[in-house]
Design a protein around this ligand. Sequence first.
Ligand SMILES: Nc1nc2c(ncn2[C@@H]2O[C@H](COP(=O)(O)OP(=O)(O)O)[C@@H](O)[C@H]2O)c(=O)[nH]1
Ligand SMILES: [Mg+2]
Length: 355
Amino acid sequence: MKIGLIGLPNSGKTTIFNTLTKSKAEVTEYASKKAEPNIAVVNVIDDRVNYLSAMYKPKKTVYATIEFIDFVLPAKESEKSDIFSSSSMAMIKNTDALALVVRNFQDNLMGAPHSLNDINQINTELMLSDLIIAENRLEKIELSFKRGQKTNELQLEEKTIRKIHEQLNSNKAIRDMKFSEYEEKAIRGFQFLTKKPIMVILNSGEDNFGKNEGLLKEISKNYKCIEFTGNFEMELSQLDDDEAKIFMEDMGIVESARNRLTKFAYDIVGYISFFTVGPDEVRAWNIHKGETAVEAAGTIHTDLSRGFIRAECFSYENLIESGSEKAVREKGLFRLEGKDYIVQDGDILNIRFNI
Ligand SMILES: Nc1nc2c(ncn2[C@@H]2O[C@H](COP(=O)(O)OP(=O)(O)O)[C@@H](O)[C@H]2O)c(=O)[nH]1
Ligand SMILES: [Mg+2]
């Protein structure tokens, strides 16, 4: 899963990137020297994987991962207060979700926070970017029509993009629209930004963290929202766990920023985890809620979905309750599932296939 941190300059994106990834990318000054984004991949620490690993003692344990991308603006562009450079844009389009970092602390340069305005400003930029794409595409399709290229496919695409255009013009995000399977396919390539799942990270100061109920409620009307206190949590992330815990309790932080964000991201993207187990490898995989056994097979390897026969399946919970895979079988909790079986969070799968 790829998550792009976006936001206005000095909202604390790099600070939060460092917190989440235990990195030490330079804050603020960085932007003037370098235009490439900071990128880091972190393991999703899932207790279930730890437990499975202890049980199967595999040669290798592989966690699911999240890639965080912190977009850095070149100095020139940040002066214009554009939020995206053209080089960043291609990468932003490739993310599974956007995390919008919003300043909620007093800043020497920028003064008092105005979080709601900032959110609106970014939202406008995202919409504009989508609007431009939609308009350009409509013009091109119009041209094709004039040249007599009026295929069914192109007509469907035109209809879909026109709907999107209307939505954006009435100031609404594409993610709130419903599309048929065919429409989805027609527009997939455009990677519209307001179609991506988005979360707001309210980045509060040490002094006001945990005291923003009203503001959070207001933001929650339109966005899923989570509160961090970037500077403080960045310092915590550099400590060892026991030490960090004492400071966290003081501040009223229940869990590390990374864990809080991970749970939140799974929820927003609609991801669940399934596992594969064995003496060679215990591994966590992610798919979207509602996806089938054959789609799960395809995330492991395309061969597995092509040659799919059956999925051997039992649940992590049944395994824990029963104590061993053998006991799961004896209780009749070991199942054979077909292609269309909807995979559940915590399923342990073994794909039988033949190619
Ligand atoms: N007081 C306070 N300052 C913060 C917090 N998070 C970031 N900052 C400061 O805001 C400035 C900009 O942070 P940075 O992470 O570089 O923002 P970016 O431009 O969005 O990447 C730095 O001086 C940070 O120390 C926070 O939670 N509290
Ligand atoms: Mg930065």
